[in-house]
Write a protein that binds this ligand. Sequence first.
Ligand code: BTN
Length: 319
Amino acid sequence: MKQKLLELLQSTEGFLSGQELSDYLNVSRTAVWKVMKSLEEDGYEIEAVRNKGYSLKKEPDILTKESCASRINTKWLGKNLMVYDVTDSTNTRLKLAGEQGAPNGSVAVANAQEAGKGRLGRHWETPKGSALAFSLLLRPQIQPENASMLTLVAALAVSRAIDGYAGIKTQIKWPNDIVYQGKKLCGILTEMSADMDQIHYVIVGIGINVQMTDFPKEIQNTATSLKLVTGKTLLRNELLAKVLEEFEVLYEQFVSAESLKNLKAEYESRLANKDNRVNVLAPSGAWQGICLGIKEDGALLVQREDGKVEEVIAGEVSV
Ligand code: BTN
């Protein structure tokens, strides 16, 4: 009922009378008043005027089950939603849920992570109240060797969502970092449980820097946040909803083709360093070349000095 009431307030410009709300929700006016008080305790600013009713004036940047669910407008992604104030890692939480049979499209969100995981075994900072950390549980019926492409699908979804919501132009640093003017705004960690020919589940974990104004020394020069870039306090629940909406559409296109063929052109239009010289830090050693784009299977195409085009499937690429 709190979520329903919040949705009504969010979708109404003017006032909603106590009577209208109690009729609509089929509860007493006292019950409506109590939920309004509870929303105010959460930080919502609600104007209450005699003979007019209630109007939502300001939403706080909080991640609660109601604040997230009231914004999510998808067909299946995030219908099973877990929201934690503090947890170890949303990837870890969803892995456990996946083992216990949680459905395709389950989403776990955290306001803070105490053991956030980054790529290559690194730690991922998720300070309370300023990061958007969430994970998606997917059970795609595709070959296990194609699952790594989901990381590129997620990067495209995040890039689209941030651009639409924050009004900026982000780029994707292959395979899956979202950057703004070369500084990292978002990282993605994909983990999978599968046997030789069948995926049990894939977890796509996404960490977006939203409200941070400073970073630990080690990443000070390479990381940024939406607050630093836009100067605005954007709402993490709204951004979450936008990413889920974009991802749902792109995921369906990816799974039906089992390749990136429908997404390649847009991914390349957002690809940082396209047509520029890049350093490829391959497991076998570093080398330089010109970044040409991606293949439909997600590999990065880089042309060596001698003209030979290599397909990079693992490792890091930098300028
Ligand atoms: C990277 O190293 O760039 C990937 C970072 C991924 C961080 C996200 S935050 C939500 C999810 N839970 C985790 O523990 N990690 C991912």
